[in-house]
Ligand binder design. Structure first.
Ligand SMILES: Cc1ncc(COP(=O)(O)O)c(C=O)c1O
Length: 462
């Protein structure tokens, strides 16, 4: 039995031998040629550019949707989705408490109010029962997030949405390449947005996003939102007449050209990510108390984040699950194979929600006719439990594509987890004695539930 690196043994991984992470996205000669094509054309306008128009056509075909708009970011595409769905200022949109902030800020960008639902403890996706319990007279939409690369439970969400006449918006930012009942993520709701930034499953060489819908009315609104509220027709004089409030959410044609080339390899990468992720799960399932990501029947998972749950009782240990997860994280760090938290607290725990800062003066929460909404992390017990008792594979700031292309990396993680499981008693003593705080104290080192907003110093402002 080899000694854990945490207690002075030799680490499983030797970073001097090779990098643990692959760079992402991986640029092929064809990707580079696509970028050069844009420079050679000398055309850089983000509207009616041939690369952007071709990309939209190709993506619509690939994803099986009627309309696609390439945009400047995932947040822009989700904001456009909220606008397209006709959600009005002061209306509420239900969104999961575990996601990336941008799902909720896309709602705020349209002066609408995010209302958080708790998540399912097994899939980590939005819990349709919690969604139903959050519906009020002001609810207009549900924003489901395909968290970590696993599509949300759209069948159950559709039942709730139909009953209450709500639009479903899909945040597919983690899930390009995943499928749900044979349909591709991005095509699973009434309208969707996704991110193309360079840690995502489908990434460009910078920032970008995609808006998807089958509804022509949604498409028309979103295309105005993308370009100053105007209808700008190809080969016609510009009318300079805004019909609605719009932004400049256009994509850079260089990003569009690069993505056209990348998307041709999405199936290939997805196959690699899923087969390596499934291989890792098969190995980890043999370790009692280590629960790999769950995949419901009819769905595929692309492992944008690979979240494992730690169950000390199943491992035969008499310690808390939070301590167990933290001790495994420490032991893996010593083996030079990092695990990470992804999000430290439920999103409504972030200071902006606690203080209802928003646009200032409490807008949108202070608008006339709005419901009183309060954000308290204790309202999301499942999210809290998941944050405390799980960890994701990889180091902070990284994601699946950095690791899941490489079977050797899977074997290294398996070797390190097996080594830890061979030394569980020693790890349990460490877990019992270590200083321990729940992950969300990081937001407010003083007291749980009493959040501190840190204001920039004068020097930082300058
Ligand atoms: C779930 C989720 N939604 C939305 C976004 C926003 O995308 P972008 O950074 O491209 O604006 C991200 C990531 O960045 C995300 O992870």
């Amino acid at each position: 039995m080899s000694k854990l690196a945490l207690f002075g043994g030799t680490p499983v991984f030797n970073p001097a031998a090779r990098p643990l992470e692959d760079r992402w996205p991986e640029s092929s000669p064809e990707d580079m040629a696509a970028v050069e094509r844009v420079f050679a054309s000398g055309e850089f306008l983000g509207i009616h550019h041939p690369e952007i128009e071709a990309l939209e056509k190709e993506l619509a075909e690939y994803f099986g949707v009627d309309y696609v708009l390439a945009m400047g970011s995932g947040t822009a595409s989700l904001h456009a989705a909220v606008a397209a769905a006709g959600v009005k200022p002061g209306d509420e949109v239900i969104v999961p408490a575990l996601t990336f902030l941008a799902s909720a800020s896309a709602i705020l960008h349209h002066v609408c109010i995010p209302v958080f639902a708790d998540i399912d403890p097994i899939t980590f996706n939005i819990d349709p029962k919690s969604v139903e319990s959050k519906i009020t007279n002001r609810t207009r939409a549900i924003m489901a997030v395909d968290l970590h690369g696993l599509p949300a439970d759209y069948e159950a969400l559709r039942k709730v949405a139909d009953k209450h006449n709500l639009v479903i918006i899909e945040d597919a930012a983690h899930a390009m390449g995943a499928t749900y009942k044979g349909k591709k993520a991005g095509a699973l709701a009434d309208v969707a947005g996704t991110s193309l930034m360079p840690v995502k499953q489908l990434a460009t060489c910078g920032e970008g996003g995609i808006f998807f819908t089958d509804r022509p009315d949604f498409y028309n609104r979103a295309s105005m939102v993308r370009s100053f509220g105007e209808v700008i027709q190809k080969d016609k004089p510009r009318a300079y007449n805004a019909f609605t409030l719009g932004w400049n959410y256009r994509i850079n044609p260089i990003m569009a050209a690069y993505l056209r080339s990348q998307v041709k390899r999405l199936d290939h990468y997805t196959e690699l990510f899923t087969s390596n992720g499934n291989y890792l799960s098969e190995g980890l399932r043999k370790l009692p108390g280590l629960i790999p990501p769950f995949i419901p029947e009819g769905s595929t998972h692309v492992y944008h984040m690979y979240r494992m749950t730690f169950d000390p009782a199943a491992a035969g240990l008499d310690i808390s699950a939070g301590r167990f997860a933290r001790a495994v994280e420490d032991a893996m760090a010593a083996e030079k194979l990092p695990l990470r938290l992804y999000q430290n607290a439920p999103i409504p725990g972030q200071a902006m929600f606690r203080t209802k800062e928003g646009f200032g003066d409490g807008v949108p929460w202070s608008l006339p006719g709005t419901n009183e909404i309060n954000y308290d992390i204790e309202d999301y017990p499942v999210t809290l439990q998941v944050l405390e008792t799980t960890r994701c594979l990889g180091k902070n700031g990284s994601a699946g594509p950095f690791y899941f292309r490489n079977r050797e990396t899977m074997d290294l993680y398996l070797e390190a987890f097996n080594k830890i499981w061979d030394n569980l008693d020693e790890l349990a003593s460490y877990a019992q004695q270590m200083a321990y705080e729940v992950p969300w104290t990081i937001l407010a080192p003083s007291t749980r539930g009493n959040w501190v907003v840190v204001t920039p110093t004068k020097q930082e402002e300058d």
